[in-house]
Design a protein around this ligand. Structure first.
Ligand code: ZN
Length: 235
């Protein structure tokens, strides 16, 4: 077993790309894992490849540490859940305060499967972009949930798993700041150009913060975070 390897839950989005950079700074060998779960668009899956390529090109030192990518087909999630991400339903807040983009159990499954892959590969550290601050309130992104899951995985697989969540207590502006700290302007530009956040899969409208429809909750959050960050950064 190696303490120098990590497995990053990597969607091709802003947060998981910054987590990947964090892992590449901190570990000697980094693998990535992504999940297909019947998303309405495959833009995210395409961005995963593009981001990995861009990291190899722009950060050769990190590129040498970037190892295997695993993709798991979880399309069963699309069969059993009725949400805005997997069905043609409007994105809105539903009774109980959870957005309709919430896929029940999704992150729990992602992490469990990531742990199964990591176990086979002797990797104890799982890294994910889950975040409690200024997020949509998904209960499976809370640190208390992840603490419980970490314990369950340790016991259930008899392996010293650690779920590392570097973005947990950062707001979206601080997340951009973190990217700047990890990889400078080059990483910030990579995140702007290559990562995908928009729920609608829009890659045709370019804003200062990247591509997206500009109006869905994910775009609004990304735009607001970027603008707040830019206002704080001295010109
Ligand atoms: Zn959008």
């Amino acid at each position: 077993m190696t303490q120098k390897s990590a497995l990053v839950l990597f969607s091709g989005g802003q947060d998981s790309t910054i987590c990947l950079a964090y892992a590449l700074r901190k570990f000697d060998r980094v693998e990535t894992i992504g999940f297909y779960y019947g998303q309405r668009h495959d833009v995210e899956m395409q961005c995963r490849e593009t981001v990995r390529d861009a990291i190899r090109r722009e950060f050769p030192e990190w590129g040498n540490k970037l190892a295997e990518d695993h993709v798991c087909d979880l399309s069963v999630l699309g069969d059993i859940s009725e949400t805005s991400l997997t069905r043609d339903r409007p994105i809105e807040t539903e009774v109980g305060g959870l957005p309709s983009t919430f896929v029940p159990g999704r992150n729990l499954m992602f992490i469990t499967l990531a742990a199964a892959v990591a176990w086979r590969r002797g990797i104890a550290t799982l890294i994910g972009g889950m975040c409690e601050t200024d997020y949509s309130g998904y209960p499976d992104c809370r640190r208390s949930t992840l603490d419980a899951q970490e314990l369950t995985l340790r016991r259930g697989m008899d392996f010293p798993f650690v779920i590392d969540t570097p973005l947990m207590w950062l707001d979206k502006a601080e997340t951009w700041d973190f990217a700047q700290e990890l990889g400078g302007t080059k990483l910030v530009n990579l995140v702007v150009e290559e990562t995908h956040t928009c729920y609608k899969g829009d890659r045709s409208h370019r804003h200062e913060w990247g591509y997206g429809c500009g109006t869905c909750p994910a775009c609004e959050l990304r735009a607001k975070g970027y603008q707040t960050w830019r206002q704080q950064v001295p010109a």
